[in-house]
Design a protein around this ligand. Structure first.
Ligand code: ADP
Ligand code: ZN
Ligand code: ZN
Length: 729
């Protein structure tokens, strides 16, 4: 009787054996329901064998094998195994956490037919209706009705785009006879909307180089300044891949960027099935996209980091856009890097991977320098006459700030308004949110559960913790000394907004931050307002820096970024430069010459000097030599053993015990346990231990052995994880 080896979603790195009557090797990769303890759980069949170490009398039978979906392909199982070994995370957890939610349930999957082809249109009676019969408070209904008035018919997808809740009005309107449903013809039109640009010489060279070696494993670093047209290079390369009938996986850092890119892809490849996979989808949408990828029907798969684990039978190309972005690294559970997994996958399938960036991560930059990656450079902007923005520094020791703004910056915004151009004021949030401070005793409002200060939200008179979400109202007086004159300290987005409003009362100002984009579709509406030139001044944080094209933007003001210059995190400079370069790159992308003004106390700092001269190479050289001297990545490989518990002492004890167990080879170095930078988070104390080596292989061999020993250390008070190639400390 055959025995199946099953991976289960539990934190133990072992496979479990079960007996079955009818399994064949073709079942490897299928979901299976098995008894586990008192429960039945879902697992994945990893192997079929006729031997087992378990006493066959004790072997339990499987409950059922789910055969309604295709098995996970062998290559994907191999990727999971690599991922499990590299990050020292149990295989069952790696696999099950990467699957769509529906596949994690111990149930057969109801495979729905793809979305219905229904579309809706106004009936002649509906056309007679005056919009004002819909109460103004039903904003979505009014928007939907206007959309009906403007178009012949709307598909379900289009209706959902108006608002995810828009379809709730359909039954009532159908019932009233305002609208009628009809079967929409399948969209098979191969027409390309929008014109296809003629490639610049640099773009053409890049496309030629990449397509010449498409069917082998190659890593290209597409190193192109913002606005150099990297997207067009992707599009042309994908065209070649489509011509071979193969699939392209496009990984992007932000869910906010998917709609924009999806639109570009859909209009260029109108006849090509495209799916997007990101955390904004509901379970059935995600499952449907995932299955279309697995069947090979979807040819372009656009997604955020988890999409790297999608089964792709005809994989022909992988693109990682903004490869330096830290969101490709998961920061909890399985702490994988989607970029690094993408590279593994490309090697596995012998296909090309393109890493695109204007400011490559120093790891990739170093790999390009030493020849492991091929480099392609795009050094000029793709749109004719769109120059690079000119960058100027405003010395805040000379020009004093008021509410975060200096006079030269205010004057520049004023000129921009007169010329009817848009300006963007960028606030680097990291360590810069306003806190509540008592000026008489120095007390500041802090979170009880985290080692962080509470952030002031002036509008609703609330203090909130941006780490754990805790909220409280403003204290009436300082709890420490009784002083009643508590004032917010630091420039939050809201304060800058108030200052701008009082300087420019007639200007249309839009603030974009986590608070203002929380509402669903808020982001979409804001982008439309910006593009429609209904906004004069934008105020924003990190959210705004990435990927968006704002054609009317003439001025970018960077209010304060100095905090990051002297951070204890050795990656802070690299990140700051990337971020400022990205924001600066928003200006002057079309016909308008862009200006960037940076307020700083340190105008001579090498980072600002490099920025002013658009010289990432110069900065990268400086940073690399600093990293080499200090023994930091990319010159060494790191791992972090993280522990957390209600008190710090057990965590430190646990880490010390772990050190005692370790027998590192000479090339592997263990440091002393230290409290984490954010040492208290959500009520837990956290500490960590750094492990470092110049040899990745020796580090890995050591970690494998050591991890098994740490597992044997039964310490129920301390939760621990291993973070390989950590980005945050
Ligand atoms: P990047 O991603 O490198 O920052 P984009 O791909 O966003 O740059 O391109 C910037 C702008 O240049 C876009 O508006 C794009 O449509 C335009 N563009 C790209 N390639 C060309 C070209 N060859 N000719 C004219 N315009 C182009
Ligand atoms: Zn006080
Ligand atoms: Zn907190």
């Amino acid at each position: 009787m055959p025995i199946v080896r099953v991976a289960i979603n539990i934190p133990v790195d072992t496979l479990f054996d079960y007996q079955t009557v009818d399994a064949t090797p073709d079942d490897i990769g299928l979901r299976v329901s098995v008894p586990f303890g008192k429960k039945k759980v879902v697992g994945i069949i990893i192997a079929i064998s006729d031997t087992t170490r378990i006493n066959t009398g004790k072997l339990k039978p499987v409950c059922s094998i789910y055969r309604e979906t295709k098995p996970l392909p062998a290559s994907l199982l191999e990727l999971f195994r690599f991922c499990s070994e590299y990050y020292h995370h149990p295989l069952g957890m790696v696999i099950l956490n990467s699957l769509p939610a529906a596949m994690r349930c111990n149930k057969a999957i109801q495979i729905k037919k793809t979305a219905s082809n229904l579309s809706f249109e106004l009936t002649p009676a509906g056309k007679q209706i005056d919009r004002s019969v819909i109460p103004a408070r039903n904003r979505v209904a009014r928007r939907l009705f206007s959309a009906f008035l403007e178009s012949a018919a709307l598909t379900e997808t289009q209706i959902k785009q108006i608002s995810p809740r828009a379809n709730q009005w359909l039954p009532e309107w159908l019932h009233r006879g305002w609208i009628a449903a009809k079967q929409a013809p399948a969209d098979t039109s191969a027409t390309v909307t929008g014109s296809i640009p003629i490639l610049t010489a640099e773009q053409a060279a890049a496309v030629n180089a990449i397509t010449a070696g498409l069917q082998q494993f190659n890593i290209w670093l597409l190193y192109g300044i913002t606005g150099s047209g990297k997207t067009e290079v992707y599009l042309r390369t994908i065209e070649s891949v489509l011509a071979q009938g193969k699939q392209t996986l496009v990984l992007i850092p932000e869910i906010n960027l998917t709609p924009q890119l999806e639109k570009i892809f859909r209009s260029r490849f109108a006849a090509t099935p495209i799916v997007s996979l990101h955390s904004g989808l509901n379970d059935s949408e995600r499952l449907s996209g995932w299955m279309q990828a697995q069947s090979g029907a979807a040819k372009i798969i656009l997604g955020t980091r988890l999409a790297v684990f999608t089964p792709l039978p005809d994989l022909g190309l992988i693109i990682v856009d903004e490869e330096q972005d830290s969101s490709f690294k998961q920061q909890d559970g399985l702490r994988y890097s989607a970029r690094d997994m993408a590279i593994f996958r490309a090697r596995q399938h012998a296909v090309t991977v393109i890493l695109g960036s204007a400011t490559p991560s120093l790891e990739s930059y170093y790999n390009a320098l030493n020849g492991r990656y091929h480099t392609l450079r795009l050094q000029s902007r793709a749109v004719r006459n769109a120059g690079l923005p000119s960058i100027h520094l405003i010395d805040t020791r000379i020009h004093k700030m008021q509410d975060g703004l200096t006079e030269p910056l205010i004057n520049a915004i004023g000129r921009c308004l007169i010329e009817k151009n848009q300006s963007l004021i960028f606030i680097n949030r990291r360590g810069y949110a306003p806190v509540l401070l008592c000026k008489s005793c120095g007390w500041s409002a802090a979170c009880q559960r985290c080692s962080s200060r509470l952030v002031v939200h002036l509008r609703d008179k609330q203090l909130s913790c941006h780490h754990c979400g805790h909220q409280e109202s403003f204290p009436r007086a300082c709890p420490h000394c009784g002083n009643q004159d508590l004032a917010p300290f630091g420039q939050g987005t809201q304060r800058v907004e108030d200052a701008l409003t009082s300087n420019f009362p007639a200007a249309r100002i839009l603030r974009i931050d986590r608070d203002s984009t929380r509402r669903k579709n808020a982001w979409h509406d804001m982008l439309q307002a910006i593009h429609g030139h209904q906004i004069d001044i934008l105020i924003g944080t990190q959210l705004l820096s990435k990927g968006h094209d704002f054609p009317n933007l003439a001025l970018v003001g960077i209010v304060s970024a100095d905090n990051s210059l002297y951070s204890t995190d050795f990656r802070a400079s690299e990140r700051l430069f990337t971020q400022l370069m990205q924001v600066a790159g928003r200006a002057g992308r079309a016909q308008i010459a862009g200006t960037v003004l940076i307020q700083t106390e340190f105008p001579n700092h090498p980072l600002y000097q490099a920025l002013q001269h658009h010289d990432y190479d110069g900065l990268a050289q400086i940073l690399l030599s600093e990293r080499k001297a200090a023994g930091f990545p990319p010159y060494v490989f790191q791992a972090l053993l993280r522990g957390e518990a209600h008190d710090l002492n057990p965590v430190l004890n646990f880490l010390h015990q772990a050190i005692k167990l370790a027998k590192p080879p000479e090339a592997v170095e263990l440091f002393d346990p230290v409290p984490a930078q954010m040492h208290r988070l959500k009520g837990l104390e956290r500490a960590q231990l750094l492990i470092q080596s110049t040899s990745r292989k020796q580090l890995q061999a050591f970690l494998t052995e050591w991890c098994a020993q740490i597992h044997a250390l039964t310490n129920h008070k301390v939760r621990w994880t291993l973070d390989v190639d950590p980005l945050e400390f």
